[in-house]
Design a protein around this ligand. Structure first.
Ligand SMILES: [Zn+2]
Length: 142
């Protein structure tokens, strides 16, 4: 299940969805909160551009919503059957959601990009590894 080449591998190991080699997020530790959503621009291994189109990761909100509801339901079941009353369960759900925020933010982006990008071990995009070309206006002035 966790073999390289599967979407689960990419999602759980913070890897590029295209080659499963380069890191998706700059920092692999989700609890370094300053860099929790700092995504690499390109894959360091294959050069795949992570932001496929402008505002691409807005769609990850819907995935994040689903994950949040899932965590809430699991926390409710767990705490309610432990024997806590509804107010305590409600407080427990809020605490669980706050604690899991770095995971849900990251997982939702990784799940979202894996919904659109297929694994391809032979993918290499040389162009994206080079710096962008200067605009024609910039060349005329110098
Ligand atoms: Zn890659």
């Amino acid at each position: 299940m966790l073999k390289k080449g599967t979407k689960i591998y990419s999602i759980l190991n913070n890897k590029c969805p295209k080659c499963n080699e380069g890191n998706f997020f700059e920092d692999s530790n989700p609890f370094h909160l300053k860099k929790v959503l700092t995504t690499n621009e390109h894959c360091a291994h294959c050069g795949f551009k992570y932001v496929i189109e402008p505002s691409f990761f807005y769609g990850a909100m819907y995935v994040s919503y689903g994950l949040t509801v899932g965590i809430s339901i699991l926390t409710f079941i767990l705490l309610y059957y432990v024997g806590l009353n509804l107010v305590q369960v409600f407080i427990g759900i809020i605490i669980a959601l706050i604690l899991f925020t770095p995971f849900t933010l990251r997982l939702s982006r990784l799940i979202y990009i894996n919904m659109f990008v297929k694994y391809d071990p032979d993918y290499k995009k040389e162009d994206s590894l080079k710096p962008p070309l200067k605009s024609p206006q910039g060349d005329n002035q110098s």
